[in-house]
Write a protein that binds this ligand. Structure first.
Ligand code: AMP
Ligand code: MG
Length: 507
C-alpha cells in the first residue's frame, strides 16, 4: 500500500507497509565515509542489530529527492531493510560517534548509544549528508541503554523536523521511520522503531568537548580541520582559521536560536551534545511550540529549573558556545592567555549578533521594511500586551498579517493603542500595506505543529495503527505560510491552552 499525501507539496510523504515486491537497484545511494577517516578515537565501528519484522511506516519523498534518491524505489523489501539496519547500504562503514556533553550543566562522556552512522550520502549538488539510523541497537557507548527507540518519539522527530524544514529553519531531516516489529521496554511496552536521520553532519559542540578531553592537540586539530573542510570551506584567513571557525559557529547558532524564538519553538534540551556545529536544529525529544505568549514557558518534564525555558534559549546558546570556545583554546594561540582573550572577544559578541538577527526577524514579522529608532519599543510593547493577555503567539502575528484583529481578545485599549502606533509607523515610513503584508505572510506561519495535533497523530499511529491523522498533519505542516480550508483545523490553538502539557526526552 502506498499513500501519497494530496496536493503537489514539496514535502509530501509516502507511507507504505514495506511489502513492495523488491524492485532491484540502488535507488540512488552514493555513500562516502569521510568521518571514518578521522583518528580512531572519534568512533567505534558498530553494526546495526537485525530486527524481526520491519515495516515502513513513513517515508519523506522530498527528503529522498534532496538526497538524490528515487522515493518510489525506496519502498521495497531490500531498500526498507537498509533503513531498519537488517542490511547494509552499499559503501557503508557503520560506526557510532564518540562525543561528550554538558547535560543540564553537568559534564558527561556520551557517544551514540543508540544511533549508527552509515556514512554520508553525496547529493546531486555534491554536498555530503550524514545518514544515521537512530534506534539501531547497542553500541560501545550504550552504557545501560538498550540501543532502541520507540515508535512514538521517532514519529515525533519525523513530524517536527518536517515542520521546521517547511518553516525554513535549519534542521536535521527525517527520511523514514520503520517499525521494527519488536517491543521496547520503557515505562510500558512500546512498539520499536528506527528513524533514518539526515544531517549536514552530526558534529556537535560535544564532539569538540570529547576531543578536548583527550588532551592531544593533533586529535583536536584533526577534528577542527575536518569541520572546516566540511562546513566552512570559505574560511580563508589562514592566519587563524580556528578563530574564524568559532566566529562562524557563533553566527550560525545565533541565527538559529533567533529563528526558534520568532516562531515560538522551545527546544527543551539544549545540552551541548545537542548543539550542531553545522547550525541545524537537532534532537527533537522534549521540544514543543508555545501557544499563549509567556516567556517562561517550559514543557519538558525533566526541566524542573526552567533552564531551557523559551526566554532562556539565547543565553543558554551563548553558554554552550563558551564551552565550544574553551575546547578550541589550544588551537587559537600558542599563548593560552592570548587564546582566552581571542575566544572571549567572540563569545562576548553573541548577544549583539543574536539581537540583530532577532530584531530583523521581528521587523519582517511586522512588515517594517525600513529601520526606525522605535522598532524595538514597538515590538516590546506588542509582546508585553501578548504576555498580559496570554495571546496566542502564532495567531496574533497571523491576524496582524491578515488585518483581521476582530476577535474579543483584541477589544482592549492597550492593544488598540499599539495597533494605531504600528499603523502610524508604517505610514510615516511610506510602506505600502500590500508590500508589508507580502513580507509578513512569509514570516508569520499560519500552521505550526500544535502540541495537541501532534499527540493526536501519534496516538492514532501508535495505538491504533491509523496513519491518517499523521498524514493529514504532515500535509498541513508542508505549507505553513498558506491558509487553506484544509489546514484550518490545524490553525486552532488548543481549547485548554495546553494546561499541564508535558514532554519527555525522546526514548
Ligand atoms: P539524548 O537525550 O537523545 O540527547 O541522548 C543522550 C545520550 O543517551 C546519548 O549518548 C544517547 O546515545 C544515549 N541514549 C539515549 N537513549 C538510549 C538508549 N535507549 N540506549 C542507549 N543509549 C541511549
Ligand atoms: Mg542528543
Amino acid at each position: 500500500m502506498e499513500h501519497r499525501s494530496p496536493g503537489n507539496s514539496q514535502f509530501e510523504s509516502v507511507t507504505a507497509e514495506g511489502e513492495g515486491k523488491g524492485v532491484a537497484g540502488t535507488a540512488g545511494w552514493n555513500l562516502k565515509n569521510s568521518y571514518a577517516r578521522l583518528p580512531a578515537e572519534f568512533y567505534t565501528t558498530a553494526a546495526p542489530t537485525v530486527v524481526r519484522a520491519p515495516k515502513l511506516v513513513v517515508l519523506n519523498a522530498a527528503v529522498a529527492r534532496l538526497l538524490g534518491l528515487e522515493p518510489t524505489l525506496l519502498n521495497t523489501v531490500e531498500q526498507v531493510a537498509c533503513l531498519d539496519g537488517n542490511q547494509l547500504l552499499p559503501g557503508s562503514t557503520p560506526l557510532a560517534q564518540a562525543y561528550a556533553g554538558h547535560q543540564f550543566g553537568g559534564f558527561t562522556m556520551l557517544g551514540d548509544g543508540r544511533a549508527i552512522l552509515l556514512g554520508e550520502q553525496q547529493t546531486p549538488s555534491g554536498a555530503l549528508m550524514d545518514v544515521q539510523l537512530k534506534g539501531a541497537g547497542q553500541t560501545a557507548y550504550s552504557r545501560r541503554g538498550d540501543g532502541r527507540a520507540s515508535l512514538g518519539p521517532m514519529l515525533r522527530e519525523y513530524i517536527i523536523s518536517h515542520a521546521m524544514y517547511a518553516l525554513g529553519i535549519p534542521t536535521t531531516l527525517s527520511l523514514a521511520v520503520v517499525a521494527t516489529g519488536e517491543p521496547v521496554y520503557r515505562n510500558q511496552v512500546e512498539p520499536g522503531a528506527v528513524l533514518t536521520r539526515i544531517a549536514a553532519s552530526h558534529l556537535r559542540v560535544g564532539t569538540f568537548q570529547y576531543a578536548a578531553t583527550r588532551q592531544e592537540v593533533p586529535i583536536l586539530r584533526a577534528l577542527a580541520d575536518y569541520t572546516i573542510h566540511r562546513h566552512f570551506p570559505q574560511i580563508k584567513d589562514p592566519s587563524n582559521p580556528y578563530l574564524e571557525l568559532l566566529r562562524m559557529v557563533t553566527e550560525r547558532q545565533a541565527a538559529l536560536v533567533a529563528q526558534w524564538m520568532l516562531v515560538g519553538f522551545i527546544h527543551g534540551v539544549m545540552n551541548t551534545d545537542n548543539v550542531s556545529i553545522a547550525g541545524e536544529t537537532i534532537d527533537y525529544g522534549p521540544c514543543a511550540f508555545m501557544n499563549g505568549y509567556d516567556p517562561g514557558t517550559v514543557y519538558s518534564s525533566i526541566d524542573h529549573q526552567g533552564r531551557y525555558a523559551y526566554q532562556n534559549q539565547p543565553a543558554i546558546c551563548q553558554w554552550n558556545l563558551a564551552r565550544f570556545a574553551e575546547t578550541l583554546i589550544p588551537l587559537l594561540h600558542d599563548d593560552t592567555d592570548q587564546a582566552i582573550v581571542l575566544a572571549t572577544e567572540v563569545i562576548r559578541q553573541f548577544p549583539d549578533i543574536y539581537q540583530q538577527n532577532w530584531l530583523s526577524g521581528m521587523r519582517r514579522k511586522l512588515g517594517m521594511l525600513d529601520i526606525q529608532s522605535d522598532d524595538q519599543s514597538l515590538v516590546d510593547q506588542l509582546l508585553d500586551w501578548m504576555n498580559r493577555h496570554q495571546a496566542d503567539f502564532t495567531n496574533t502575528f497571523r491576524d496582524l498579517t491578515m488585518d483581521r484583529c476582530q476577535a474579543a481578545v483584541y477589544d482592549d485599549a492597550q492593544f488598540q493603542h499599539w495597533l494605531s502606533r504600528w499603523k502610524h509607523h508604517l505610514a510615516v515610513a511610506g510602506i505600502a500595506w500590500n508590500k508589508a503584508q507580502a513580507m509578513m505572510q512569509q514570516s508569520n506561519p499560519a500552521v505550526i505543529p500544535r502540541n495537541y495535533r501532534v499527540e493526536e497523530a501519534l496516538s492514532a499511529a501508535v495505538e491504533h495503527q491509523d496513519l491518517e491523522p499523521l498524514n493529514r498533519l504532515l500535509t498541513a505542516l508542508s505549507k505553513p505560510y498558506e491558509e487553506s480550508p484544509a489546514n484550518q483545523p490545524y490553525r486552532q490553538p488548543p481549547s485548554d491552552g495546553d494546561v499541564g502539557y508535558c514532554t519527555y526526552c525522546g526514548t
